[in-house]
Write a protein that binds this ligand. Structure first.
Ligand SMILES: Nc1ncnc2c1ncn2[C@@H]1O[C@H](COP(=O)(O)OP(=O)(O)OP(=O)(O)O)[C@@H](O)[C@H]1O
Length: 815
């Protein structure tokens, strides 16, 4: 994995000791490889000064880096949290803790649900590691879910320390963790961190309890289908709603935006508070732009503060902290100059952390060097002893220059020079031709070179001691001072974290305003009733990709007449886009953002269920149809009248009759039993007749027109059911060979002539004989069909299947 060579070293025994290693200075890259491959890396260091050690220098494991406990900048993404999660179970209650060591955020929650739902909740944190006890580690659901989600599972049984130790770490723990399960879950996670990090974790201060049901619930399927944080195609952030919305100026703002998107609000009041600020930002655009400029100059305060507290902040980190803090008074002033009282209040509450900024300004030089080896990081005037030592170093160098001058004069050797090397220290060097001028006394010969001799004098050695000691001591003192500065700031870490959180919040709201201005989003009305009304709504991401041509559509859903919208229309007409757009608008509204529409009124939605697109899950042994049914089942079981259900072509994964029967009965069930607002798209046009039977169901369809024999998609959703599918036209657009298209048209005409609209639904006992329209099959074709049937795709590589296909093609051609 690391591709390093195994060597061996003589250990005194008959067999050599195998060993391998990497240079210390490039260890970070190797550690990254190991940790991202799911391994744990123990860092072992000398824990005493080799000069003072008797015998072997003492070494200890000072930290274990696990996939979830990374602090190294090269292993973290600036815009994403890096959570370690822990799962704890007591009776039938699960406790979960999610801790980001790199930012100091800690979340705890408890759930009385089945393990699959609990893991779904854990998945929203996109953790790198899940810590579980021995009793859970072998659970097959847990193992397979974590494998699928790329989460490393670590076994840990706690070390039984007193729960009271938590109070020291989290003074408010009793107020926040009000149940035994919460307390024990946090304790469990904290013990794991202590055991791996082996140091005090002063920056883990921001403890929050959350209730999963006080946010809109978005399970993993919905998050994936709606492409909230990752695109379906690339599985990357680009192309997702998050990436589209993210116009934040700071890393912590970007991370907070993701947290908000993961948990849309269910409190009307909180949503309106966010909206109020966005409105005010939009009203004063020039001030908003100025604010953006200053926000951009704020570095990652949250992670800088964490590194300070963790003891790993470099002088550069401190300098960045200072630069960031210098921006805060300006941001405060800018916020204060908005006319809104809310923003003025926000400005007033910003703690500029003046003492911290002044301390760093006084202690650390501007633009400190990256390497600590050479020193030069503590500013002059900050530490009296350091200044004295630096004086000695400076004067010492001057003294040496003077000595050189003086000796040249005294001996008459013009080329005499003072040099320095690690072995002999300072020396006087005289070339061979001048050796006769060397004084008989005082010059002690130390080294002979081809062309010169090197000497020392007592005076030179005395001065050397002074200078070298000053060098060494000043380096030591710089490190000590740096540590002290870090420790002083570490005491204020909570202030810095609170400031970081406020800046992040301002940044997210500023980002909402920026995107709303750019794409003309409007402020939705948030209502407590059960209506969802959007006038000229757009899909934010699709619209951004094809700005000019996007066709806006209305949606109106309520509990009385329009609880279920049955959407028909051809392929490619925009049905899925329309359904997703409705969900995305609701989510955007509930995170407090403005929405892509001309007007919107959103009754709060407690949960969104999706069954969109064909996907199979072979890893879990589920076929496309099985996945389809499982996702639908989840919606039917869990939805409430406040939920939004998107069902896209349910039933198409099986035979026409089965599929249609299922689709029919699912619609009825949603309509009669659940009452959730539902968008149901289908290719079974026969279902449009349900409108007459189900009073709360309305037909709409994606409109298309035929022009010169070609279908034109208008992408407009209009009332009524569609009458045709235009599937063959779409196939033509996709480039299927002309003979195939023509033949399909012929077959379609036959089919249409030979059936009444009801046939497909009602007369199952008289299935249409589709094969009577098919051309006769030749023996070669029959043989090929058999070959295809017996070819097991799962046992071959894609390349082998491609070659197989090529052989078949050749057989057909030579027929
Ligand atoms: N309102 C719109 N305005 C402009 N383009 C749109 C609109 N809606 C969809 N499109 C475009 O049409 C393409 C097809 O849309 P979509 O996948 O929603 O169709 P569909 O009816 O669900 O098709 P299928 O039934 O095959 O799944 C999209 O990729 C998008 O580029």
């Amino acid at each position: 994995m690391l591709e390093i060579t195994l060597t061996a070293r003589d250990g005194g025994a008959s067999e050599k000791i195998p060993m391998c290693g990497v240079p210390f200075h490039s260890a970070a890259a190797y550690i990254e490889k190991l940790v991202s491959g799911g391994h744990r890396v123990a860092i072992c260091e000398q824990v005493e000064n080799p000069k003072h050690a008797k015998g072997v220098v003492r070494r200890e494991v000072v930290r274990v880096i696990t996939p979830g406990t990374v602090m190294e900048e090269n292993m973290l993404s600036a815009t994403e949290n890096h959570f370690l999660t822990a799962l704890y179970k007591k009776d039938d209650t699960y406790g979960i803790a999610a801790i980001d060591l790199s930012t100091g955020e800690c979340f705890v929650s408890e759930l009385q649900q089945n393990l699959v739902n609990v893991l779904d909740e854990i998945a929203t944190f996109e953790p790198k590691e899940l810590v579980v006890s021995t009793s859970l580690i072998h659970n097959s659901i847990l193992q397979s879910e974590c494998k699928r989600l790329g989460i490393v599972v670590s076994e840990f049984d706690g070390n039984g320390q007193d729960v009271n130790s938590l109070i020291e770490q989290f003074p408010e723990v009793h107020v926040i963790c009000t149940t035994e399960v919460l307390m024990e879950t946090l304790h469990y996670a904290y013990q794991y961190l202590l055991q791996t990090q082996k140091r005090s974790l002063g920056h883990l201060k921001r403890l929050r309890r959350y209730y999963a049901n006080s946010y809109m619930l978005l399970d993993e399927v919905a998050r994936r289908n709606l492409e909230l944080t990752r695109s379906l195609q690339s599985e990357k952030r680009a192309g997702s709603l998050l990436s589209h919305l993210d116009h934040t100026a700071t890393a912590m703002g970007s991370r907070m935006l993701k947290q908000w998107l993961d948990k849309p609000l269910l409190s009307r009041e909180q949503i309106i508070n966010r909206q109020d600020i966005v409105s005010q930002f939009i009203d004063e655009m020039i001030l908003l732009e100025e604010l953006t400029d200053h926000l951009k100059r704020v570095y990652d305060l949250e992670r800088l503060a964490a590194r300070v507290s963790f003891g790993s902040a470099s002088p550069r980190d401190l300098f960045q902290l200072r630069k960031s803090l210098e921006e805060i008074p300006v941001i405060k002033e800018k916020l204060g100059s908005f006319s809104s009282p809310i923003l003025k209040q926000l400005a007033m509450n910003l703690d500029v952390c003046q003492e911290i900024q002044s301390l760093i300004a006084a202690a650390i030089v501007d633009d400190p060097p990256i390497s600590l080896k050479e020193g030069g990081i503590i500013r002059e005037g900050f530490q009296a002893e350091l200044d004295k030592l630096r004086d000695i170093q400076q004067n010492g160098k001057g003294w040496i220059a003077k000595l050189e001058e003086q000796e040249r004069k005294r001996t008459g050797i013009k080329s005499l020079k003072v040099g320095y090397n690690r072995i002999f220290g300072y020396y006087l060097e005289v070339t061979k031709s001048n050796l006769h001028l060397v004084p008989a006394e005082g010059y002690i010969r130390k080294q002979t070179l081809a062309n010169a001799e090197r000497y020392i004098t007592t005076e030179l050695k005395e001065q050397e001691q002074l200078i070298l000691h000053a060098n060494e001591r000043s380096l030591e003192l710089e490190m000590e001072t740096l540590k002290q500065v870090r420790q002083t700031i570490a005491k204020e870490v909570l202030r810095l974290q609170k400031l970081a959180a406020k800046i992040a919040e301002i940044d997210v709201l500023h980002s909402y305003a920026t995107i709303s201005i750019r794409y003309q989003y409007v402020r939705p009305i948030i209502s407590e009733d059960n209506r969802l009304y959007v006038q000229k709504g757009r899909h934010p991401v699709v619209e951004a990709a094809q700005y000019e041509n996007y066709v806006a559509n209305d949606v109106h859903l309520d509990c009385d007449q329009r609880q279920v919208l049955l959407i028909t229309g051809p392929n490619m007409a925009g049905k899925s886009t329309y359904m997703r757009q409705v969900a995305l608008i609701a989510i955007m509204a509930q995170i407090g953002c403005f929405v892509p529409a001309e007007k919107a009124e959103i009754g709060l939605i407690d949960r969104i269920f999706t069954r969109i697109g064909a996907s199979d899950d072979l890893a879990r042994g589920h076929s496309t149809f099985m996945v389809e049914m499982m996702e639908t089942c989840e919606a039917l079981r869990e939805a409430t009248s406040k939920s939004l259900i998107l069902l896209d072509e349910v039933g198409r994964g099986t035979s026409t009759y089965d599929g249609m029967a299922l689709a029919h009965s699912i619609v009825e069930y949603v309509h009669h039993e659940i009452g959730a607002k539902t968008l149901f798209s289908t290719h079974y046009h026969e279902l449009v007749k349900l409108e007459a039977e189900l009073p709360k169901l309305t037909n709409v369809h994606a409109k298309c027109v035929e022009k010169d024999g070609k279908v034109v998609f208008l992408h407009r959703i209009v009332s009524g059911g569609a009458d045709r599918s235009y599937g063959i036209h779409v196939a033509e657009l996709a480039g299927l060979p002309v003979p195939v298209i023509n033949r399909a048209k012929e077959i379609l005409t036959h089919l249409e002539e030979s059936r009444s609209p009801e046939v497909a639904v009602a007369k199952e006992e008289e299935p249409l004989n589709l094969f009577s329209f098919l051309p006769e099959v030749s023996p070669v074709e029959e043989e090929i069909a058999k070959e295809i049937q017996s070819w097991n795709l799962m046992e071959h590589t894609p390349m082998e299947s491609l070659q197989f296909l090529q052989t078949l093609q050749q057989k057909l051609k030579s027929k």
